[in-house]
Design a binder for this molecule. Structure first.
Ligand SMILES: O=C(O)C(=O)C[C@]1(C(=O)O)C=C[C@@H](O)C=C1
Length: 372
C-alpha cells in the first residue's frame, strides 16, 4: 500500500478519534454539572467545590494502562489520557495549580505530570508563596517538595504544614537523575565552575569531588537558575535534570552523576481537603510531647499497640520556643482507619499538640523519561 494511501487512512482514523474525544468531552461536562448539583444540594454555602477527582483519574489511567496490550506503546497511553482528562476537566472547571518555580524545575515537572497541560499554573518564587496561594484560594492546589532520599526533609515545607490550614492531598515520588550540562562549546576538561541548587550539589557531592575536584561549586536558587548560569559561562556547567538540557539548549556532558542511584524526591500536593480512604494510604502527622519522662515512649507505644507502622519519624525545632521540638511522622493508614483513630486518641494523652497534616494515597516512585 502506498504512503499516500496509508496517510489517508491515518487522516480518517484521526477524525474518528477526534469525534470520540468530543463525545468524551461532552460526557465530562455533563459529569461536571452533576457534581456541582450534588455539591450545591449538600452544601448550601461555602466555596465552590473542587471538581477534580484524582482517585477517578488514577483508576482511568490504571485501567487503560492494563488494557494497552496493542500496538500503541503502553507508556504513551498514560501521557495521552493524562492530557485527555486534563482537557476534559478544564471544560468542567479551570484548575489553578501553584508550584515552586521557576520554569524547568523538578517541581514544575511533577505538577505537569499530575495535572497535565490544560491546568492553569501559577509559578511561586518561594515555598511560602505556594502555601499562600492555596490558603487564599488563588490556587486550588499547590505542589512543593517535602523530602529527598539523600538530603532528608525540606524543613520549610514541614514547618508551613504544621503552621497552616493547608493539608496534603496527594504525593508523587520522582526518581531524580542529575546530569552535568554545559554550553555546546564547553569540553568537560575546561569546566572550572559548577552551578546548582544546594540540594542538587549535595546529592552529587561524591561524584563532583572525584571528577571535578578543582571546580568551584556555586549555589543557585534552583537548578533552572543553574542552567541559565551555565549558558552564560564558557567554563561553567550546571547540575540539573537531563530534561533541563532540552529546555535550555544545553549539552549533556555526563549523565546520572547523583551519588545514589535511587535518588528520589517526594512532592506533595497541597489543598484545603485531604484524600478519601483508598486502603493503600499514608497519613502525615505532627505532634509535640509533654515535658514528662517517658512521654515519647508512650506515643510510640500508642502506634505499636494498634499495629500502626511508622514510615518516617523525625524531630524539628518547634519555631515556638528554643529547645522545644515537634515530631513529624508518616504512618501507613488513613486517619479514618479504626486502628489509626485509636492510636491518635491514645497518643493525645502524652502530647501537647497533635496535628494531622493529611491522609492520601501512597504512590510508587516514578522516573520521568520526557518533559511532561
Ligand atoms: O469522572 C469524573 O468525575 C470526571 O469529572 C471526568 C474526568 C475524566 O475526564 O475522566 C475528568 C476530571 C476528573 O478529575 C476525573 C475524571
Amino acid at each position: 500500500m502506498s504512503i499516500e494511501s496509508l496517510r489517508a487512512q491515518i487522516d480518517a482514523t484521526d477524525e474518528r478519534i477526534l469525534e470520540l474525544l468530543n463525545e468524551r468531552a461532552s460526557l465530562a461536562v455533563a459529569i461536571g454539572h452533576a457534581k456541582r448539583a450534588a455539591h450545591t444540594a449538600a452544601n448550601k454555602e461555602g466555596a465552590e467545590k473542587l471538581l477534580r477527582d484524582p482517585e477517578r483519574e488514577r483508576a482511568v489511567l490504571d485501567r487503560l494502562s492494563a488494557l494497552a496490550k496493542g500496538q500503541f506503546p503502553q507508556h504513551a497511553v498514560r501521557a495521552v489520557f493524562r492530557e485527555v482528562m486534563s482537557g476534559c476537566l478544564s471544560l468542567e472547571q479551570p484548575l489553578h495549580v501553584a508550584f515552586l518555580g521557576p520554569e524547568g524545575t523538578f517541581t514544575q515537572m511533577a505538577a505537569r505530570y499530575l495535572f497535565g497541560l490544560s491546568a492553569q499554573y501559577r509559578e511561586a518564587a518561594t515555598i511560602e508563596g505556594v502555601f499562600d496561594a492555596v490558603r487564599t484560594g488563588d490556587a486550588a492546589l499547590g505542589v512543593v517538595a517535602i523530602e529527598n532520599s539523600t538530603e532528608g526533609s525540606v524543613t520549610l515545607t514541614a514547618d508551613l504544614l504544621i503552621e497552616g490550614n493547608v493539608v496534603v492531598r496527594e504525593e508523587l515520588v520522582l526518581l531524580i537523575e542529575h546530569a552535568l550540562l554545559a554550553r555546546d562549546s564547553v569540553p568537560f576538561s575546561s569546566v572550572q565552575r559548577v552551578y546548582s541548587h544546594p540540594q542538587a550539589l549535595a546529592q552529587c557531592r561524591g561524584w563532583l569531588t572525584k571528577n571535578l575536584p578543582g571546580a568551584q561549586l556555586v549555589q543557585t536558587a534552583s537548578t533552572t537558575a543553574a542552567a541559565r548560569q551555565a549558558l552564560l559561562d564558557t567554563a561553567g556547567a550546571a547540575v540539573a535534570s537531563p530534561l533541563a538540557a532540552e529546555l535550555h539548549g544545553l549539552t549533556i556532558l555526563r549523565e546520572r552523576i547523583q551519588d545514589r542511584t535511587e535518588n528520589a524526591t517526594r512532592f506533595v500536593v497541597l489543598g484545603k481537603e485531604d484524600a478519601p480512604r483508598t486502603g493503600r494510604d499514608r497519613t502525615s502527622l505532627a505532634f509535640s510531647v509533654k515535658d514528662e519522662r517517658g512521654a515519647l515512649r508512650r506515643v510510640l507505644s500508642a502506634f505499636e499497640e494498634e499495629g500502626v507502622n511508622l514510615s518516617r519519624l523525625e524531630s524539628r525545632p518547634s519555631q515556638q520556643k528554643p529547645w522545644d521540638y515537634v515530631f513529624l511522622v508518616d504512618l501507613e493508614g488513613h486517619r479514618t482507619d479504626d486502628n489509626v483513630q485509636r492510636a491518635l486518641e491514645n497518643l493525645r494523652s502524652a502530647c501537647d499538640m497533635v496535628k494531622v497534616l493529611g491522609s492520601y494515597a501512597r504512590r510508587d516512585p516514578i522516573r520521568l523519561t520526557s518533559i511532561p
